[in-house]
Design a protein around this ligand. Sequence first.
Ligand SMILES: Cc1ncc(COP(=O)(O)O)c(C=O)c1O
Length: 274
Amino acid sequence: MLHTKRQKFVANKYSYHGHSIGTMSLMKRPGFNFLDSYQIEAPLDAKAGKEVEKLLSKGDVAAYISEPIIMNLGVEIPTQEYWIIVQNACKKYGTVLIVDEVATGFGRTGKLFASEHYNLKPDIMCLGKALTGGYGALGATIMTEELAKSMEVDFSFYSTFGWHPLNTTATIANIKYLLKNKNSILKNVAEMSKYFSDRLSIMKFKHDPTIRIKGLAIAVEFREAGYAQEIVNKSLKNHLLLSTLTPFIFTIFPPLTIDKNTAEKGLEILENCI
Ligand SMILES: Cc1ncc(COP(=O)(O)O)c(C=O)c1O
């Protein structure tokens, strides 16, 4: 808003970007209407891309925000066309492109950043979660120099625990580790991704699944409500921690360093719970 002097936003329907008043309004959560926000519905393909383009073409949209691959929609994987259209439209109409890599960043989808799958060059990138490797609590907002200049207003950023020495130390150590071990970690993600994909695709689920996998971001969706929860409950009783996203989807987000034996054990438990 400071940069573009515009008031409108575009986000993906049912997406998740945090619990601040701003993001809750972007996501049109009940009771939060502090921002003027439009919603784009999945599947994120060329048709949806054109819809974004049309909204931006009025020249009054401040920013479009999305995860590059949408973890919070059950690993929704946009088509290449979608991102080409959206990225070009943002440039053409002066809309800030905000890419939320809080969940996808640092290797989750098989690249250091999921933006790399689509050659995205965002104006703003949001980071969190794996930024500290889980050893601290820290998020980061990275932006172009041009945008950063617009933010140089009095009191624009302040947080009691922001830049906390313990968290910044954990972050720096984690980034150093990631940079040093990037190739071996991403190789493991690729190998384990294939292993999960091969095993899940032949599992005899009670209902037909749609399986979406990118790196070690895994979602299994059913048309029947409730079955995903049943699997997650049974798995938990057998010491395997999975998560439901909706009554139709369960997700698996293994550690990026998982070894084949552990993956095999987990998949065996899952197979016994389906
Ligand atoms: C994609 C995405 N963005 C933002 C957030 C919010 O991060 P935080 O809880 O650090 O505010 C989350 C948290 O789950 C997330 O998954």
